[in-house]
Design a binder for this molecule. Structure first.
Ligand code: SAH
Ligand code: SF4
Length: 352
């Protein structure tokens, strides 16, 4: 979809409309409300953007829909693929901005990693998106479109999906669009993806997080912690660390919840990987039901940070495990195509 490719559509872009709003539009146009359910089924179940192919809707109604709404998905401008089949795309948005998203194949279930903003205001010192600065929030439709475009890579129609909000941007700085997209992803009519297969990764903005968890209590939450002391967290996440203290974050996740949180901890040699760091992390997290995901830092151009040696990583892991914590280590896929965690940067790095 290019700016200038199409005439103005008075009803706007269909992917930006929730089911209720679309129903109101359709009723105002003289169509029945149930036509909104049919439209949702075509968009999100059949994944068919071409209105003329919506055969269970009367031809005259299809004509008026096509005159009123745009249903074109953003254009895939570039695509790259690594040896394991991970595929990264750059989507060109209506205003010319680019956003990256990643498809990761898996046994019977692939994972789609999506972005919520173009750039990010948080400026975490180890993240390529943070280095871009913030450009704008994505709309609900722009978030959903990433899933629809990447789902085309699925090998079979019945293959199931995991969705992870771990691409560009901080989801809870764009909560309205993110929650709107979650409603369509989990809804029927909608994509009907079970909410437990969706993960939101956040630096921890507790107000929008509480609202999101109230509306979608089974969506998995990953908290980007990265440090067990304030000074180190401020060094790595200068803005996020000002929002809430580690104490406040841990108090929030100590409350009863449907699913335990996953604490994400990027391992950066010489910064947060010593034995003392591991012991402090173990002491702070031991009382809280949750898992720890260690992520050896992925290389980001212009950033001097490096992952610890295997021996240092192993020592860190053992200290946590011997404190009784449940720990996994994320071996990022797609590093060679710059599509692993923290490596998405739209066009800023020109690396697709
Ligand atoms: N803004 C959200 C979600 C997007 S980042 C957040 O920060 O949680 C998704 C995950 O990638 C976060 O845990 C983030 O800390 C991690 N990440 C960012 N840069 C990284 C890098 N260079 N190497 C490894 N993980 C990184
Ligand atoms: Fe933003 Fe997350 Fe990157 Fe920090 S790690 S700059 S919050 S995208």
């Amino acid at each position: 979809m290019n700016a200038g490719d199409k005439p103005a559509f008075p009803g706007g872009w269909l992917y930006d409309l929730d089911r209720v709003t679309l129903g109101r539009h359709l009723v105002a146009m003289g169509l029945p409300d149930y036509a909104a359910t049919q439209v949702f089924q075509w968009l999100y179940k059949q994944r068919e953007p071409e209105i003329s192919n919506w055969t269970n809707i009367a031809r005259a109604h299809r004509k008026v829909l096509a005159e009123t709404f745009c249903s074109t998905l953003p254009r895939v401008e570039k695509e790259s693929r690594d040896s394991a089949g991970t595929r990264k795309i750059l989507l060109r948005l209506l205003d010319g901005k680019g956003v990256e998203a990643v498809w990761i194949p898996g046994e019977g279930r692939s994972t789609i990693c999506i972005s919520t903003q173009v750039g990010c205001v948080m400026g975490c010192s180890f993240c390529a998106t943070g280095a871009m600065g913030f450009e704008r929030n994505l709309s609900m439709g722009e978030i959903l479109a990433q899933v629809l475009v990447l789902a085309r890579f699925q090998s079979e129609a019945g293959e199931r999906l995991n969705i992870v909000f771990m691409g560009m941007g901080e989801p809870l700085l764009n909560p309205r669009a993110v929650m709107g997209a979650l409603a369509v992803m989990t809804g029927d009519p909608g994509m009907r993806i079970p909410d437990r297969h969706i993960t939101i990764s956040t630096v921890g903005l507790l107000e929008p997080l509480a609202e999101l968890e109230q509306r979608f209590p089974r969506v998995r939450i990953s908290l980007s912690l990265h440090a067990a002391d304030e000074a180190t967290r401020r060094r790595l996440m200068p803005k996020a660390a000002l929002l809430h203290s580690i104490d406040q974050l841990l108090a929030y996740f100590s409350q009863p919840r449907h699913f335990p949180v996953t604490f994400e901890y990027v391992l950066i040699r010489g910064i947060n990987t010593s034995r003392a760091h591991a012991r402090r992390l173990a002491a702070r997290l031991a009382p809280i039901p949750g898992k720890i995901n260690l992520i050896p830092v992925n290389p980001v151009p212009g950033c001097p940070f490096a992952a610890p040696s295997p021996a240092e990583e192993d020592t860190f892991l053992r200290i946590l495990v011997s404190a009784g914590l449940s720990v996994t280590v994320r071996r990022s896929r797609g590093r060679d195509i710059q599509s692993a965690c923290g490596q998405l940067a739209g066009e800023a790095g020109g690396r697709v």
